[in-house]
Design a protein around this ligand. Structure first.
Ligand code: PRX
Length: 655
């Protein structure tokens, strides 16, 4: 215990100042916070000058809580901001993407001029297929350049993309297509994972059986595998896109033109379509990319190691970096797709200067051993970023020492699908960082940690993280459900946005993020809803009741643990191991392999309060092998003890 306290003290008191060399050249210079604090709206007006406008806005913020409009009388085109303007400025020969395939050997280099031609062709093709401004286009794609091209082509037309992560099931894809009534889908025949092709289009075909409004499917040829084809509906990318003109005249759209939808899990079974619009979002992703990632377009090679199926890919592979005009590495595969040193080889070969990834990946790379990063020249790196979940100090230190060679600032960036862009993070060149601390809100962002009653807390205190003022890239709502938007985010602490996260101020007043305080889990940086998984489990014919909790896990941050009671007829089956396996597969196919429970405990009963509510708190204690607290409110306190016993039996039989 004394040792743990000492460790905690050390963590809070370990500090790393940026090197004078980094600070001297950093985009963020002292005084930046004061400048923004003095006039946050003025700050954002100035930042909006990073964009190329057709009509410069005169308005900044219109706020009718919880609905914000930013720069509303300005007009612009998102895709022009990402591509055309760099070419027009004479930077067409600069590489936009070094794309590296999963399996060894295949690479592509795409300059900004080439990217512009690809986007123009795709926009012409989509127009020919019938896509118009305001339409929603679903995407279900691997990590290939066409995914970026498709996103930019869609928004060039004033339509919205709704990218669904390629690991989601056909059911999950269908529900997202239906929720926003997409009439178009862009996909690929398949994807590669560790050199092996796996099909993608069958999931689209399956999903579309329940989506009669989809009129066209555009399919990129990626794997050469067999493909089922629906004539009239399905179109090959290489046939329809590549015959188009490489010229496309972009239209200008209002600042608040819808840009994209990104579905994310909440505390209910139904995923929410988080809705973003154009100019505010682009302003904040561009600004944060410039300051937090210290973007230097002429010399940087940046690598956001995320999938474009998540918000990190949208904001920090597509919009933020492209608006800043940097060169990026885009990698299709897994960290060990071709050996456990694949990432380090990529950094060495391409001279990567900035790496942005999730703590789960850092912990995995750390587990594989120091010899892999040690065997490569990583001296090109000058900045490291972390995102998606709280980073434990041990992983932070490893990242700093083994990857950054004690020479790179680490930015631990807190944000969400809903916030659109970074909100809390150190600023490299200015911040003295601490392993595991988010530090403070970025310039122009105002947050408060509050107690249960909404009272603002101070140094050394912990509570709920709220955002007290509107910000440009904030979600404009949940698609088609304004009431749910208000209920979910704005009702708990009236007037403030409640993110769902706990946080504390340390004794210096710096912010530490503590993870979710609601029924949302964070597994490997992916957000999962306990309710959604419970819903999937009770959808299985053998299951009577299910309760799901997130238990802490050394590698994935949290892991899914499910407690399940079976229906009477299934109870008689002796083969519990087979049922458990069936249930795990069931969840993976209903939602996604990411949601597959690490552990399923079959129990004759679940612990409930006298009013019939399942006591998840107790189940979390059981799943994390903690001693049980007060159980007197339970109808039958012996139930938890029994479940704890079952858990131990499972644990020992797993070994
Ligand atoms: O709990 C927080 C956690 O991830 C949640 C947002 O998930 P999502 O919308 O999928 O976006 C992930 C990528 C931005 C948050 O509510 N989270 C994100 N970044 C951090 C984090 N928790 C701690 N530290 C972070 N840096």
């Amino acid at each position: 215990m004394a040792e743990a306290k000492l460790e905690a003290w050390l963590e809070e008191n370990r500090r790393y100042a940026p090197s004078p060399d980094f600070s001297a050249r950093a985009n963020a210079q002292p005084g930046i916070y004061e400048l923004a604090d003095a006039d946050p709206e003025g700050w954002w007006r100035q930042q909006a000058e990073r964009l190329t406008w057709d009509q410069t806005p005169t308005k900044i913020l219109e706020w009718d809580a919880p609905f914000a409009r930013w720069f509303s009388d300005g007009t612009l085109n998102a895709s022009v901001n990402c591509v055309d303007r760099h070419v027009a400025a004479g930077r067409g020969d600069q590489v936009a993407f070094h794309w590296i395939a999963d399996a060894v050997g295949e690479t592509r280099t795409i300059t900004y001029a080439q990217l512009l031609e690809m986007v123009a062709q795709a926009a012409n093709a989509l127009q020919e297929l019938g896509v118009r401004a305001g339409d929603r286009v679903a995407m279900y794609m691997p990590m290939i350049p066409e995914a970026v091209v498709a996103m930019l082509a869609i928004v060039r037309l004033g339509a919205m993309h709704s990218v669904v992560f390629g690991g989601f099931s056909a059911d999950a894809l269908a529900s997202r297509i239906l929720d926003s009534d997409c009439h178009f889908v862009i996909t690929a025949d398949g994807a590669f994972r560790r050199g092996t092709a796996s099909p993608l289009k069958p999931a689209v075909d399956e999903a579309l059986k329940s989506c009669p409004n989809v009129q066209a499917v555009l399919v990129v040829r990626r794997t050469e595998g067999e493909v089922d084809w629906v004539p009239g509906r399905d179109h090959w990318w290489h046939e329809v896109v590549q015959r188009q003109s490489v010229q496309h005249r972009p239209e200008s759209f209002p600042a608040e033109q819808p840009l994209f939808l990104m579905y994310t899990s909440g505390t209910t079974a139904k995923p929410k379509g988080i809705f973003h619009t154009t100019a505010g979002y682009l302003t904040q992703v561009a600004t944060t990319y410039f300051y937090v990632f210290d973007a230097k377009p002429d010399s940087d090679v940046c690598w956001t190691a995320a999938d474009i199926g998540w918000i990190t890919g949208h904001s920090y592979i597509v919009y933020g970096p492209l608006i800043n005009g940097v060169t990026q590495v885009m990698y299709e595969g897994l960290p060990d797709s071709d050996g456990k040193d694949r990432w380090w080889r990529i950094i060495e070969e391409y001279g990567v200067t900035m790496l942005y990834t999730a703590p789960t990946t850092i912990r995995t790379l750390m587990k594989w051993g120091d010899e892999y990063p040690q065997s490569r020249d990583l001296s090109s790196l000058r900045l490291l970023g972390s995102v998606g979940e709280p980073i434990n100090p041990e992983a932070w230190m490893w990242y700093r020492e083994q990857v950054g060679r004690n020479n790179c600032p680490i930015v631990d960036t807190w944000w969400q699908t809903e916030t659109g862009a970074l909100m809390i993070s150190p600023l490299p060149g200015i911040s003295v960082t601490k392993p595991g601390a988010g530090m403070r809100a970025l310039p122009g962002i105002q947050v408060a940690i509050v107690d249960n009653e909404g009272r603002h807390l101070g140094k050394g205190e912990g509570g709920y993280l709220t955002i007290t003022h509107p910000w440009p890239s904030m979600t404009r709502g949940i698609y088609g459900d304004p009431e749910r938007f208000f209920e979910t985010y704005w009702s708990r602490f009236p007037g403030s946005y409640f993110a769902g996260d706990g946080a504390k101020y340390d004794s210096d007043g710096d912010i530490w993020l503590l993870g979710r305080v609601d029924d949302v889990m964070n597994v490997s940086g992916h957000r999962l809803s306990t309710t959604e998984i419970e819903h999937a489990l009770v959808g299985h014919h053998a299951v009577a009741e299910a309760a799901v909790v997130g238990a802490s896990d050394d590698l994935t941050g949290q892991a899914v643990v499910a407690f399940v009671t079976l229906k009477a007829h299934s109870e008689t089956s002796d083969d519990h191991a087979a049922i458990i396996e069936q249930l795990r597969i069931h969840v993976a196919t209903q939602i996604s392999p990411i949601a597959r429970p690490r552990q399923i405990i079959l129990t004759p009963e679940l612990p409930k309060t006298r009013s019939g509510k399942i006591m998840r708190r107790l189940l979390r204690d059981v799943a994390e092998h903690r001693s049980l607290g007060d159980v007197t409110t339970l109808t039958d306190p012996t139930v938890v003890a029994m479940i704890a016993g079952l858990m131990e039996i499972h644990a020992s039989s797993d070994d």
